[in-house]
Write a protein that binds this ligand. Structure first.
Ligand code: CP
Length: 321
């Protein structure tokens, strides 16, 4: 297994801040490395000595279940020491800044900081202040690169692209609250880099300004869009980021943009069902679709550990033991 972090891209020698920093080859290298590391998760003893003596800090200013826990599991499976920092209950409540918090953690020997923050661009700022590796675990509405990598990893397991190693020709619908979704932004960048055909499906109010310049098709009609797609990625309605009404009612939204059994019948290809979580059951996706045999939502969670192991391994330059 190669640990050449240089394959990620010339710009990404140290950090993972945005999918834009990845080349197609770099992205495929991460996915291939994750494939190899997934075997560790299947072994009776789920541990490699690769990052022994390294310290990884989970620096989370926003709530998280999947990302924080899977980064912790990934680092521990590579034998790194893990420090979990949650802004709640810390000196952040006394006004300590992100910069001072990060420098404090660096002084304690952090080799990598995994940052989740409500401000778009926070991970980029942190990368300018610290010497260690910075991994963006979600910054505002900007990006969530490791989520896109685990989504691509999951899609690639089920739907091989025309060129085998990528997703060329695979048709994916990303549906719902695109406006507030860092997952959608990272996925559009990565899935298009891997050759997928992407259709964004949303009401006009939940599409960002400038979306017509993205490498996607846009549809306001989910019944039509679901017809041809190989996978459908449902997005959570991010009520916590909505300061005004973006649709008439939750019922109306579900009727037009939710995934349920009736809508699945309009698909011709039995699409894979993805959702980054957490799920609003009964709002963007019905319970029976979330638990359907074609749903890979829990597989996405499991794959998150392998993908994050690969990212830590490549950025922290694990040994070949
Ligand atoms: N998908 C995702 O980022 O989930 P969490 O907010 O639980 O980490």
């Amino acid at each position: 297994m190669s640990n050449r972090s240089d394959v990620l891209s010339p710009k990404l020698s140290r950090h993972l801040l945005t999918i834009s920093d990845l080349s197609r080859e770099g992205a495929i290298h991460i996915l291939d490395t994750a494939d190899e590391l997934a075997r560790v998760s299947d072994a009776p003893i789920k541990k490699l000595p690769t990052l022994r003596g390294r310290t990884v800090v989970n620096l989370f200013y926003e709530d998280s279940t999947r990302t924080r826990i899977s980064f912790e599991a990934a680092a521990k499976r590579l034998s790194a020491d893990v420090i979990n920092f949650s802004a709640k209950g810390s000196s952040v409540s006394k006004g300590e800044s992100l910069k001072d918090t990060a420098l404090t953690l660096q002084s304690m020997g952090a080799d990598a900081v995994i940052l989740r923050h409500s401000a778009s661009g926070a991970a980029h700022r942190l990368a300018q202040w610290t010497d260690g590796v910075v991994i963006n675990a979600g910054d505002g509405t900007h990006e969530h690169p490791t989520q896109a990598l685990l989504d691509a990893f999951t899609l690639r397991k089920h739907l091989k692209g025309a060129r085998g190693e990528d997703l060329s020709g695979v048709r994916i619908a990303i549906v719902g609250d695109i406006l507030h979704s860092r997952v959608a932004r990272s996925n559009v960048l990565l899935l298009s880099l891997l050759g997928a055909h992407i259709t964004l499906v949303a009401p006009p109010t939940l599409l960002p300004v400038g979306v017509h310049d993205w490498p996607v098709e846009i549809s306001y009609d989910f019944d039509e869009a679901i017809g041809e797609c190989d996978a459908v990625m449902m997005l959570r309605l991010q009520m916590e980021r909505m300061k005004s009404a973006f649709f008439p009612s939750a019922r109306e939204y579900s009727r037009l943009y939710g995934l349920d059994r009736e809508r699945m019948k309009k698909s011709k290809k039995n699409p894979l069902i993805l959702h980054p979580g957490p799920i609003n059951r009964g709002l963007e996706i019905s319970a029976d679709c979330a638990d359907d045999v074609d749903s890979v939502i829990l597989e996405q969670v499991a794959n998150g550990v392998s993908v994050r192991m690969a990212v830590l391994y490549l950025l922290l330059g694990g040994s070949h033991e």
